[in-house]
Ligand binder design. Structure first.
Ligand code: ADE
Length: 239
């Protein structure tokens, strides 16, 4: 998988993603990250990439030319046109199932806007998907692109090590995660639940499943509508 990020702030994206688990995966060539500075495609002697909005109003709008030339440069040697995802609060809200779908692509381009947005004509020309990370407005598309790349990349085989993947499995069914504990056994007079010290794998798995169900019921009951539930899960929820 190769992720391409079109941005005016390459250092922000690079710093965020070349760190920790995603950074290790990039170093190990498990996926590629190609960050391209849209400003490098400005034909202006001052490297401007934005201008005043036609019709007036606050802020600046990113011009279509540099965005289009940047895109053309990224796709020039590709046989097939990749999906181009524009980060915008007007898009469909990103989710785990969208992450799963996108993790099957060979190449993905993320287009990050700034200021008041990007000239509509170039969006019409190149964008295939518009996605949002939630109903709030950020100063630019870089954080949303990083959020999406992080969650898509952890679904690529080899990005998580075996210890991490076990954790991933338990998320797969659409329930919230059970609580976790580590040493010490007692902290501020609170003991770790005894079952976790018992060494009984069957009882531990049962306890964790119940905790996941309880948490989901209390905190995000709407998730139970789409979660994968067994008959024994349904009995627990009836209690
Ligand atoms: N750009 C600004 N706000 C955004 C959001 N919430 N999601 C995606 N892109 C954005």
């Amino acid at each position: 998988m190769r992720f391409h990020v079109m941005t005016l702030f390459p250092d922000m994206v690079s710093g965020g993603l070349r760190t920790s688990i995603t950074g290790r995966a990039i170093e190990n060539h498990i996926f590629e990250l190609n960050i391209v500075n849209i400003r490098d495609y400005s034909k202006d002697k001052h490297k401007h990439v934005d201008d005043y909005p036609y019709g007036g109003g606050a802020g600046m709008v990113m011009q279509p030319g540099p965005v289009y030339d940047c895109y053309q440069d990224i796709v020039k040697n590709m046989d097939k046109k990749p999906r181009v995802i524009y980060m915008t609060p007007q898009g469909k809200v990103f989710s785990q199932s969208i992450a799963e779908e996108l993790s099957k692509e060979e190449e993905l381009i993320f287009l990050c806007g700034h200021y008041e947005g990007i000239d509509e004509r170039v969006l019409e020309e190149i964008v295939t998907d518009e996605l949002s990370i939630g109903d709030y407005v950020l100063t630019g598309g870089e954080l949303p692109a990083m959020v999406m790349i992080d969650s898509i990349s952890r679904l690529i085989p080899g990005v998580l090590n075996n210890d991490d993947s076990a954790e991933y499995e338990s998320f797969q069914d659409g329930l919230l995660e059970y609580p976790q504990y580590t040493r010490p056994e007692t902290f501020m007079d609170k003991k770790v639940p005894a079952v976790l010290l018992s060494g009984h794998h069957g009882n531990i798995a049962k306890w964790r499943r119940e905790e996941s169900l309880k948490r989901t019921f209390l905190r995000r009951p709407e998730l139970l509508g789409t979660a994968e539930l067994t008959d024994s899960d349904k009995k627990i929820l009836e209690k």
